[in-house]
Design a protein around this ligand. Sequence first.
Ligand code: ADP
Length: 763
Amino acid sequence: MKVIPLYNYMLLPNSFVYIPMDDMNPALRDADPGEKVVLLAAKDMKAEPADIADKFYPIGVTGTVRDSLMQGFLFIETGYRVNIEAVEKTGSTLSVMTSARRDINDLPEEEAHERYIRLKASVTEFIRKTPANAWWSQIVASLDNIEKITVVASISMNLNPQQRYDLLAMDSLAERTKTMEKLVREMMEITELSSEANQERTREYQKAYRESAIKHQIEYLQQQLDEMHPESVSDIRQMEKRIEESGMNEQAYREAMKALNRMKQDGQNGHEYGTLYDYLDFLTTLSWKAGEAEEIDLTEAERILDEDHFGLKKIKDRIIQQIAVMNLNRKQYGTILLFVGAPGTGKTSIGQSIARALHRKYVRVSLGGVRDEADIRGHRRTYIGAMPGRIMDGIAKSGSANPVMVLDEVDKLSVSYNGDPASALLEVLDPEQNSTFTDHYMNVPYDLSKVMFICTANTVDTIPEPLLNRMEVIHFPGYTASDKIQIARNHLLPKAMESMGIGKQDLILEDEALETIVSDYTMETGVRGLKKRIDTLCRIAAVNLVKGMKEPLTVTKDNVRSYMDSKPIRHGRIVEDTRPGIVTGLAWTAAGGDILFIESSMMPGTGKVEITGQLGDVMSESVRIAVSLVKSMFPDKAELFKTNDFHIHVPDGAVKKDGPSAGITLTTALASLITGKTVSPEYGMTGEVSLRGRVMPIGGLPEKLMAAQRAGVKTVFIPEDNKDDLEDVAEEIRQKLEIVPVRYVEDVLRATGVLRKVRRKSA
Ligand code: ADP
């Protein structure tokens, strides 16, 4: 018998194969109709093994060649399975030895028939549903057993030669039939599913395509309309475009679209239209995306900080460290710094320099007087006149999602019945929470985590503890007279002249005149007052210039008064004529430091103590402690306290909370009064005292010492516990003053000559 080797065909008994005639199979070419053949299943297409038998699977099938039903195909009807005993190859002709291989007939005929009927019905149904398989429909009617169905269906099956052979090799008829059935059903399922999926996809494509085509069409038409009537391009359309282009987050986008739809429904004259417009206007002006963290060149940053601000070495160093850390972390924020100092010491303006050094936008948000949580977090839009809070307003103003935001005057926040603004601020500053900060007005989260926050305050005393804990406090100590002169010369004056368009030749400010301005016309530790004076001079020069005066404006020590719009400030200067009971104290004020004179006097009476001037509970407590201390230190003068009334005057000016730091001054004044010993006004002092005469630490030391030096004090007594703060005091001041740290108030009394020998009773 002729041998026809086939590769990857479905060979089954009692069915058929179609073989294309162009198959490179020499045995096919001269096959005659009616001829008996043996079909071999090849394992591999190419390999030519040493033993030719290895090329084929050991079970084949017999066949009879029929007239081809289809042009170009050879149609072979298959018979029964055979074992291939031996294979030989002579030239290109193969010959085999075979023996019949019997099936295990374990499938009753009725069952086989039923299965065939059911499968055929399924296949017919399948062909009907999947038009791509219509080619089968002709053939399927003529398929009279499951094998034939399987052979036809195998065209659409994804099987390899081994899988096909495994089917042929099954001896159990039941098993083979069930497997064939399973293969056919699987094939149908897969085809159906994938074609369903395909159809679904096609439908979706079609829909999307239609939609986008319609959209384009509308856009095009609208554009034409807009061009015809440019004046009526609708708000809504512009807004829609702005929303699309804003890059806002998912949630914001949905909220914005909702608002836009309401706007559409409401119409131009609807009562909500305006508020909705404002809302969308706000959302779309916000910048929604921050760039990546940028590597900052530290030397360049240092240069920028130095260029903008004189001195402030420690502060600048800290800022550079911060930038270095941010570089390493690839973060856009770091520890939140709190700049504390008197007004005009450069706190906010250095924030601006930091922004410049970081190549980021700068925005200042003032929190002074904020009492309402809504000031921070905004009002819900249901309120009439609702607005975003100051934080989001600041972000909008900055036009950036990662500005340097200076939160000014955090010490001026206060709690009211409208919630606690400090706790809202806490959320703003908390890196764990601020990436989804939700302003009530916006009603959608905004990512504040890329913002670099810097806070400023005049004092830390009024800042709520939890807020303070979030921040690193950095003190701005203020400027000495010589600092101020430098700042005026190198920063304030050139800046003012430039901004007013005044050239170097138009204004001459002599050194002595500048010194006079600093000493007689400004009294603060900051430079705000100085800046005002300098601006005034520049304005006068500008007027002269406009009037066409040829001569430059020359300001000298002698004519400076005529250019100042106020009298020289009467500085707290020490008085020369003094008497017992008057002592120089040092005070901290919001504007820096100042000196104050505590005056005491006594007159015959019954031991009453009257206090005038700066009152307050703390102060009267300090007075009572001073009285008790003096009584106990001078037991021999005890009579005086019974036969006299005392009057103590504490001048206004120093802030109330600072009252206690006048403790040693009060004690010394009273001691001086009852002993009749004058204390030189060149002694200044600051410190609180305890009932046993221990001197307790105080705040604002740098400012106080600066004021003392300015006022002409030569020796200053400070609490020993404040010794570390001397680090923050300008070198110049430390050199000019004799600074004496003290532990007990008696040390002061002895040093000032009020007390001669030690009389302290240990408590
Ligand atoms: P603060 O925020 O501490 O109240 P500002 O930052 O507003 O003070 O400073 C007030 C003015 O003084 C600004 O114009 C600032 O440029 C200027 N200024 C403050 N400190 C310095 C300094 N060290 N060098 C140069 N200019 C300074």
